[in-house]
Write a protein that binds this ligand. Structure first.
Ligand code: PIT
Length: 481
């Protein structure tokens, strides 16, 4: 695990080393997450045009399974980010520093994300705009103790440089480091036929979550005192047990800070219990509906970027989540914007030539191909990401009808818009981001890698503007779950 010092040091090591350069430029910092440059605008125009045609009722071609496989692997595809918002970058802080190690980096020896995808090159190109820099406020910039010390370290360095530079130095800091890793190393878990109660104390009164599967309780490993979460899944038949074993298999392959980690599994006659990493922040869904929580567009950027990073990793591991929704995104704590994706109960390995069809899920979040009982693939998760983004920004569900039938019809007609008043203050970049995900034909949706490169998630001068605007997302209009 990188310490704050190591993370900071590695950034400085990547920087141009001349003192002159630093003296001239070190007057302010944006501490930001992974960055990748926006791709060419001609491509974007082309895609936008094609998407418009599609949404206008063109015939969809979904016969591109093999190409999708390649796209998932390479993180490239037809939909490209543009430089649209970069052109609006006039009022940006003088230096943008990325001190944060990206959680894009898987922590195991399985296929790895390349340096190019980590946006390493961007560090070298991070000079923009004039010298006015703002100190960020609110949940988007608060960090935990570890993060605070990291920021201070950089700040100290800036202060030193700043003495020689301009007198009034203000800062704009976005705390965008990955969430803390699980307090245990990644493990390959095999369900044990033992009584879980011999090893763990499950707090039956403390229900962390529930759903289709059963309930999640806070629990304690007696031998170590480790606090964990136990998900009790009723599984009587062999078939039901196989479904849970699949979930264990999937979680065994996933080692990423944005994906909840599996610690152990216990199998008995009537149920299987999964013991997992414990996080205490509650569901992201609750933040959407909490009137007291001031959710800004910049907060949403930070949430969506982490979901994208988790998804990018899953897709590189050839695994589809297939049940992404705000209820399956957990906040690590109340004070920060760190999240972890949960519930791999419907997740599965994507096999290029396997004609995988699924017919499950919550209607509001189902992709058209799922409803149509067609092949599902990596873009199926990207559709759900589009729905989540829409919901976080507006508090509204884009396809929700008066009943399930109407909802399903809205999805199949790809009928959604930004007409509601909730979108008035939302940036064009955010709208474009959603538009490039909520595309009926799955082969035209942005991939996770492309999403991370989209200006809404990657343009630091846009984030600076969003921070200045501090526009609140409308959090009071969400329908009850
Ligand atoms: C926590 C805290 C919490 C809920 C959970 C974990 C739930 C995790 C979970 C994971 C799964 C799944 C369902 C729920 O299928 O409030 O640490 O893989």
């Amino acid at each position: 695990r990188p310490s704050a010092t190591a993370a900071t040091a590695s950034v400085w090591a990547d920087w141009p080393s001349t003192d002159t350069w630093r003296r001239q430029e070190s007057v302010g910092l944006i501490l930001d997450g992974p960055h990748t440059s926006a791709t060419r605008s001609e491509d974007r125009k082309k895609v936008t045009k094609e998407i418009e045609e599609e949404n206008a009722g063109a015939v969809f071609d979904d016969s591109e399974e093999e190409e999708e496989d390649k796209r998932a692997e390479e993180g490239t595809g037809k939909a490209k980010g543009d430089g649209k918002s970069s052109s609006k970058s006039e009022k940006a802080p003088s230096i943008i520093v990325d001190i944060c190690r990206s959680s894009l980096q898987p922590q195991d020896s399985k296929p790895r994300v390349t340096e190019e995808e980590l946006g390493k090159d961007d560090l070298k190109e991070s000079r923009v705009g004039d010298s006015e820099v703002e100190r960020g406020e609110g949940p988007g910039v608060e960090g935990d103790a570890h993060q605070a010390s990291k920021s201070e370290e950089v700040k100290a360095e800036v202060d030193e440089e700043g003495k020689e530079a301009e007198s009034a130095v203000k800062e704009f800091i976005i705390e965008a480091s990955p969430p803390p890793l699980a307090p245990f190393d990644h493990r390959i878990v095999t369900p044990k036929p033992h009584q879980i109660t011999s090893y763990y104390t499950i707090n039956r009164d403390e229900v962390l979550g529930g759903g289709r599967f059963g309930q999640v309780h806070k629990c304690l490993e007696n031998s170590s005192g480790l606090v964990l979460a136990a998900k009790i899944i009723k599984a009587r038949s062999q078939k039901e047990k196989d479904v849970v074993r699949n979930e264990v298999q999937v979680m065994n392959q996933l080692n990423h800070a944005n994906l909840i980690q599996l610690y152990a599994a216990y199998e008995s006659r009537y149920d299987i219990i999964l013991v997992m990493e414990y996080v205490e922040g509650g569901e992201l869904f609750d933040r959407i509906i909490d009137e007291n929580y001031n959710l800004t567009e910049l907060d949403t950027v930070l949430f969506i970027r982490q979901i994208c990073e988790g998804l990018q990793y899953m897709h590189k591991m050839y695994i589809l989540h297939l049940d992404l929704k705000p209820e399956n995104i957990l906040c690590v704590s109340r004070a920060t914007n760190k999240i972890k994706i949960i519930d791999f109960g419907l997740a599965r390995r994507y096999k290029p030539r396997e004609k995988l069809r699924v017919n499950f899920g919550t209607p509001e979040f189902l992709a058209p191909e799922v409803i149509n009982y067609e092949f599902v693939s990596f873009p199926t998760d990207m559709w759900s990401l589009g729905v989540i983004t829409y919901m976080l920004l507006s508090g509204l569900s884009p396809f929700l009808g008066d009943d399930d039938n109407e909802t399903l019809n809205n999805i199949l007609a790809c009928q959604w818009n930004f007409e509601e008043v909730e979108f008035t203050d939302i940036s064009d970049e955010a709208k474009e981001f959603i538009t490039l995900l909520l595309v009926k034909s799955k082969s035209w949706r942005m991939s996770a890698t492309e999403s991370l490169r989209h200006p809404w998630l990657s343009d630091r001068s846009l984030h600076y503007r969003l921070n200045q605007k501090k526009n609140k997302c409308h959090s009071t209009h969400v329908p009850s779950p």
